[in-house]
Design a protein around this ligand. Structure first.
Ligand SMILES: *[C@@H]1O[C@H](CO)[C@@H](O)[C@H](O)[C@H]1NC(C)=O
Ligand SMILES: *[C@@H]1O[C@H](CO)[C@@H](O)[C@H](O)[C@H]1NC(C)=O
Ligand SMILES: *[C@@H]1O[C@H](CO)[C@@H](O)[C@H](O)[C@H]1NC(C)=O
Ligand SMILES: *[C@@H]1O[C@H](CO)[C@@H](O)[C@H](O)[C@H]1NC(C)=O
Ligand SMILES: *[C@@H]1O[C@H](CO)[C@@H](O)[C@H](O)[C@H]1NC(C)=O
Ligand SMILES: CC(=O)N[C@H]1CO[C@H](CO)[C@@H](O)[C@@H]1O
Length: 466
């Protein structure tokens, strides 16, 4: 025995290392199982991997057919516990594909979906009825990369996998005035119920990143969204004519509004008449030097009602929560509640614009005035600010019920003289520095309201799934 030990110290050692590595492998298998847990509104009974359908993750081969046939096959399980398509590590180039109901698209850690730059891969869709035309061009529009319509129970999630819209191709066409159709969004879900989009990194969308429209019961959580700050119209998350939405724990850097709440455009939006309502926004970090952290509008013709935004951080951003509207929009923005903003390097803290303009066509109704009322902001700390407020209603259509309380704004060295520029608005303030405009008189000890009830979407718990 001792002879063997003397003779074979190397062997014994490597055996020992073998045992240790076996233990490590077992531990890492366990870790892998543990990280295989994910959180979703619903778990799925069936699952498949993209490579089962001929997917090739080399970043060059097109996977459009693989995605489409995988989802078409998995749609058969909709009434039998639903299905999940796993995108494994690799670079998966693809054109647009359509989702199905009771379905989860799961991007593993290290999985990258790359949007095709081959226009022949992109189907065309009709314009949105509440817009009447495309945002970039009067005609139709390209399908979004990940698209779904008339669905129930759809989850797009992952272990922080990445979706890269490779938008530079489209941004160049936009700058050169070469777009004859509206650019694709990265993710768009229409006419659907029960949607989750979570735990992913989204980069370089051709235009808006995440666009739920005419839909309800939506959870958007844990997204990192990034586009160059000079990229055109790369809004982060745009709930549009949607009800019961919860957007939380997202970090967004973009060339346009980090979140833009919408509901249709002028006469088309008025006719369609579908508001965005019961929207929760919390724990958002935004960087957007030329746009807002949260914009309400400018397309708000179906109305925006009951928005509760709290715990927000903006850095190097043009405005915090901005209302954008115009004569011809009609509709309303009412019962907006904002609480807890930490802002650094801002052009404006408070910005409301009644003269945004930007009409789909000359057919808008000049008598369609927007109704803006019940706008509440409280508990705001801002540093390095150029101008505290620019609050501009419409003559003969004043914006009313503005309440601003507990606000401390530190203006930058080269501050503009007129810190509060107000017209055609009314409301109250309390404990606000610098001292506000005469149209917003100081009312002593006052806390602007923030709802204390919970919305149904807040009671939706994500289940832990394997
Ligand atoms: C997705 O569905 C839409 C609407 O049904 C359709 O027009 C489009 O061609 C589909 N896209 C793909 C990639 O199949
Ligand atoms: C967003 O940034 C904050 C602060 O840097 C960080 O704590 C948080 O984890 C980030 N969230 C996401 C979804 O990346
Ligand atoms: C303050 O804001 C200006 C832009 O208005 C910016 O150039 C400067 O870097 C900011 N300073 C600090 C300390 O953040
Ligand atoms: C005022 O706002 C600050 C910072 O947002 C917050 O910490 C504080 O609790 C608020 N004060 C009151 C009385 O609500
Ligand atoms: C105040 O705002 C109005 C628009 O509402 C604008 O025309 C005017 O130039 C602003 N004044 C200053 C001093 O910024
Ligand atoms: C009706 C009304 O008060 N209109 C006012 C809107 O704001 C402009 C600019 O301050 C005023 O000149 C109008 O009188």
């Amino acid at each position: 025995m001792s002879q063997t030990m003397k003779m074979c110290p190397r062997l014994r050692n490597s055996y020992g290392i073998g045992v240790i590595s076996l233990v490590l492998i077992l531990v890492s298998v366990n870790v892998k199982v543990a990280s295989g847990v994910y959180y979703a509104i619903n778990c799925r009974k069936h699952s498949a991997v993209l490579t089962d359908f001929g997917g090739v993750g080399d970043g060059i081969t097109s996977n459009t057919k693989a995605f489409q046939s995988a989802i078409s096959k998995l749609s058969q399980y909709a009434s039998d516990g639903g299905a999940m398509l796993v995108v494994p590590p690799g670079k998966w180039l693809t054109g647009p594909f359509n989702l199905t109901s009771h379905f989860t698209l799961f991007l593993d850690f290290g999985a990258v979906i790359l949007a095709s730059q081959d226009e022949s891969e992109w189907p065309q869709l009709p314009v949105l009825p509440s817009y009447g035309r495309g945002r970039d061009a009067p005609g139709g529009r390209f399908s979004s990369l990940i698209f779904g319509t008339h669905l129930t129970d759809v989850v797009i999630t992952g272990n922080n996998g990445l979706i890269d819209g490779q938008g530079a191709y489209w941004w160049n066409k936009f700058h050169q005035g070469q777009l004859t159709l509206t650019r694709p969004y990265l993710i768009e879900i229409m006419y659907s119920d029960q949607i989750q989009i979570s735990f992913l990194t989204l980069v370089n969308s051709p235009t808006w990143f995440v666009h739920p429209v005419y839909s309800s019961n939506i959870i958007i959580k844990g997204l990192t969204i990034k586009a160059p700050v000079d990229s055109p119209n790369t809004d982060g998350i745009n709930p549009d004519s949607c009800s019961n939405i919860r957007i939380e724990d997202c970090n967004i850097t973009s060339g346009d509004d980090c979140i833009a709440v919408k509901s249709g455009w002028d006469e088309y939006g008025i006719r369609f008449g579908m508001p965005t309502q019961h929207l929760i926004i919390r724990r958002i970090t935004c960087v957007s030097p030329d746009s807002a952290m949260i914009a309400l509008g400018s397309e708000m013709s179906g109305g925006i009602y009951d928005v509760r935004a709290e715990d927000l951080t903006a850095i190097n951003t043009e405005a915090a929560v901005r209302i954008k509207t115009a004569i011809g929009r009609g509709g309303y923005v009412k019962n907006i509640f904002v609480k807890g903003m930490n802002l650094n390097t801002m052009k404006y803290v408070f910005w409301i614009t009644g003269t945004y303009g930007d009409h789909p066509d000359p057919g808008y109704d000049p008598k369609a005035l927007p109704y803006i009322t019940g706008i509440n902001y409280r508990d705001v700390v801002a540093t390095n600010v150029t101008k505290s407020a620019r609050l501009e209603g419409i003559s003969n259509d004043p914006f009313t019920g503005i309440c601003i309380s507990n606000v401390s704004i530190q203006v930058s060295e080269q501050q503009k003289k007129l810190q509060w520029n107000c017209s055609n608005i009314s409301g109250v303030t309390s404990n606000v520095t610098p001292y506000p405009c005469a149209l917003l008189p100081e009312k002593g000890q006052l806390e602007c309201p923030f709802p204390t009830d919970t919305l149904p979407i807040d009671n939706v718990q994500l289940k832990s799934c394997n």
